[in-house]
Each structure stands twice: as structure tokens, then as C-alpha cells.
Design a binder for this molecule. Structure first.
Ligand code: NAD
Length: 371
């Protein structure tokens, strides 16, 4: 399928930009899905895609996901994403990222980038040499640094919202919470849960990570094939996607699932199945929006306190999803999309009538850059 056919098939993107510069070997695509709420923000993924069709599919799908995530998070941001086709281990260069930065700059703030799979702070620094429209730049440049403590703090808020909904209290003291994956997000989450007085059960395929956590906190360790079947109040998946699938769904012995991992449901029907089983699902992209909130604060001029304050909002956002699910008698995974769509419609219309001050926030980076 050709690129235009693919864009038409996905149907609803504002703008798709093909970036090409032979001199530095740049082949990239920027997809801007929707800018009703604000500039489209989403990371740049560098990946050795099998073919251009895979790269296009990925960027169209991921940019749409960002629209929903930003909207449900209550941020004045639209959805966008970029992919660079190439091997991040061997094909990176200053020239490549600066050429890509020039393309981003040509969009004049309509698309703002950040790190993603295959890109890092150093790459963002090179992009920043050409454009102010980049977040996740090093702390020394006023950037926000590692987002995972903020993501984890948001996940804690999502867990509290799920506990309140399902168990009638948001006090987590004494609750059993299972955490799959002890990476950046999972390890920060364990720390917060221990501070709350929870009984935490953990697992990771990397034994070094398990040891590190076990040496630091009083946690119960189980093997990777046991963690999803652990008897507990809440499961908090913080590893890979698609962990709710045909093979695992009958294993869960929890009241709710609320974790940081992306794309937890293998398919939408697994969300319906969880509902039938009486397991409350707190939708992943609403629960794990803390990292996005953190980079949003970077756009306004970074402050860690403000970023933590913002991540508290995940509690209300997840509660709102539960309300919509009850109101419309639908699964929470569908309710999350509805929340995002309703906000785009309402606020997007408002902004058309009265542009307001929402664009003001984004001048900060530009001012810093021009100094
Ligand atoms: P990470 O790579 O630092 O950690 C993932 C951990 O999961 C690793 O320690 C890995 O060994 C472990 N793991 C993999 N498969 C496992 C399995 N089957 N059982 C147990 N452990 C397993 O990644 P991260 O940054 O902590 O992100 C975790 C998840 O959260 C990902 O799905 C990511 O997309 C999502 N997420 C992260 C952020 C962020 O701020 N880092 C933001 C939003 C969403």
C-alpha cells in the first residue's frame, strides 16, 4: 500500500510530513494527528523498520494514541509522533538529528518532539540546536530529565482511584499490590507503595533488578510466571504490553488492574472480558500519563514540584473514566476513549470561538532558545 492510501485508510490525521536528507541519511516521518487542544506532542522513535509501510503504520497509530493520552490527561496538547527509519545503534549522527530538527522547526511549533524508543537526551540536544520545539532535553538546558518518577507517581494515583472505586477507600495501607517489572517505572512505584504501607509483591525477569529492590525494601518476590496470578487487591503491570490476553486472563486473582505499562490489553475484547470477570481495569494511557504531564511542565518552564502536583490529577482522570463507564454502561477501556473524545470536542470548539491563552505557555522554550 502506498503512503497516501495508508494515510487515507487511517483517515483523520491533520498533517503527515516526509523528511528526507540524503547527505546525512535521514528518512523520517512526522505525523500530526490532531491539534484541537494544542500543539501535537509525541516522541521520536528510531527503529530499524522492516519496510517503509511498517514505519508509516507505526507513526500513524502512535500519533493518534498521543491525541487520546493528552486529552484524557487534561493537557492543552494535541497528538503527534515521529519515526526515524534506521538502526539506533549504528546509524545515529549529529547531522541526522540536526537535519531532522530542521524539519521539526519548519512546522513552527505545531509539532513538539521528545525521547522515545531508540532516542535519548543526547539526540534531543542535537535537535535542540536547530529548533526550540523539543522536550526531554538535558536538565542543564532547563529540561525535565527522567520522566519515570513522575509516571510512577501518576500510577500511584491511578491505583488509589481504582482502590477507591472497587474497595471503597483510597488508603492503600495494608493492601497487597503486585508489581510486574522493576525497571524505571516499577522500581519508583514500589518505593511509593512501600511509603503508603502496602504489602508489595514483585517480579522481574532480570534477577539483578529483583535483588536491588529486595535489598532496599521489604517486598515479597515471586517468579515472572507467577506474578499475574498472585492473590492481591491490585495488579500493577509495569513491564511489557499485551499482558491481558487469552492465556493470562483467567489467571488474575485481583480486584483491579492499574499499572504503568503501555497497551496492557492484547485486544479490546479483553477489556470486556475483565469487566465480565468483575475485575476493574484502570486504562493504561490514563494511568501512565505522568511522564507526559512532566514534559508538559517543561514547556511552561520546568519545576519538579509543579510536575508532581500535576501528576496528582491522574486520580481525578481515572475516577472520571469510571464515572463515564457507569454512565454509559460500557467498559472502562472504551470510557477512556470517550473521555478523550468528549474533551477534544468541547474544548476544541471553545478554542475555535475564543483562542484564549492556551498558546501562551509554549512561548517559554522559544524565548529561552532565542536568548
Ligand atoms: P524499563 O525497561 O526500565 O523496565 C521494564 C522492566 O520490565 C525491566 O526491568 C524488564 O526486565 C522487566 N520485564 C520485562 N518483561 C518482564 C516479564 N515478563 N516479567 C517481569 N518483568 C519483566 O521500562 P520502564 O521505563 O520502566 O517502562 C515500563 C512500562 O511503562 C513500559 O510498558 C513503558 O512503555 C511504560 N511507560 C513508561 C513511561 C516512563 O516514564 N518510563 C511512561 C509511560 C509508559
Amino acid at each position: 500500500m502506498g503512503p497516501f492510501e495508508m494515510i487515507e485508510k487511517h483517515g483523520e490525521h491533520d498533517q503527515v510530513v516526509i523528511c528526507h536528507d540524503k547527505s546525512v541519511g535521514l528518512k523520517a516521518i512526522i505525523a500530526i494527528h490532531n491539534t484541537s487542544l494544542g500543539p501535537a506532542l509525541g516522541g521520536t522513535r528510531m527503529w530499524n523498520y522492516k519496510n517503509e509501510e511498517d514505519a508509516m503504520t507505526d507513526v500513524l497509530r502512535l500519533s493518534k494514541g498521543m491525541t487520546y493520552k493528552a486529552s484524557a490527561a487534561g493537557l492543552n496538547l494535541g497528538g503527534g509522533k515521529a519515526v526515524i527509519i534506521g538502526d539506533p545503534k549504528t546509524q545515529k549522527s549529529e547531522g541526522l538529528f540536526r537535519a531532522f530538527g530542521q524539519y521539526i522547526n519548519s512546522l513552527n511549533g505545531k509539532y513538539i518532539t521528545a525521547e522515545d524508543v531508540g532516542t535519548n537526551e543526547r539526540d534531543m540536544e542535537h535537535i535542540y540546536m536547530e529548533t526550540p520545539w523539543v522536550t526531554g532535553i538535558p536538565k542543564a538546558f532547563g529540561g525535565s530529565g527522567d520522566p519515570s518518577p513522575y509516571t510512577a507517581h501518576g500510577v500511584l494515583m491511578g491505583i488509589k482511584a481504582a482502590a477507591q472505586e472497587k474497595l471503597g477507600t483510597d488508603t492503600l495501607k495494608g493492601m497487597r499490590i503486585a508489581v510486574q517489572g522493576l525497571g524505571n517505572v516499577g522500581s519508583n512505584l514500589v518505593k511509593y507503595l512501600i511509603e503508603e504501607g502496602c504489602k508489595v509483591i514483585v517480579s522481574d525477569i532480570d534477577q539483578a533488578r529483583v535483588k536491588l529492590l529486595h535489598d532496599s525494601y521489604n517486598v515479597e518476590v515471586v517468579s515472572p510466571d507467577q506474578i499475574l496470578g498472585v492473590e492481591c487487591e491490585i495488579q500493577a503491570p509495569c513491564a511489557m504490553g499485551a499482558i491481558v490476553n487469552d492465556q493470562t486472563i483467567m489467571k488474575f486473582k485481583c480486584k483491579a488492574i492499574a499499572g504503568g505499562a503501555n497497551n496492557q490489553l492484547a485486544e479490546a475484547r479483553h477489556g470486556d472480558q475483565l469487566r465480565e470477570l468483575g475485575i476493574l481495569y484502570a486504562p493504561d494511557y490514563v494511568v501512565n500519563a505522568g511522564g507526559l504531564m512532566n514534559v508538559f511542565v517543561e514547556l511552561e518552564g520546568y519545576s519538579p514540584d509543579r510536575a508532581f502536583e500535576k501528576t496528582r490529577k491522574v486520580f481525578d482522570n481515572v475516577k472520571r473514566v469510571f464515572e463515564i463507564a457507569k454512565r454509559d454502561n460500557i467498559g472502562t477501556h472504551v470510557a477512556a476513549d470517550r473521555l478523550a473524545e468528549e474533551r477534544i470536542k468541547t474544548i476544541g470548539l471553545l478554542k475555535q470561538k475564543h483562542p484564549g491563552k492556551t498558546s501562551r505557555s509554549f512561548t517559554t522554550l522559544k524565548e529561552v532558545f532565542n536568548r
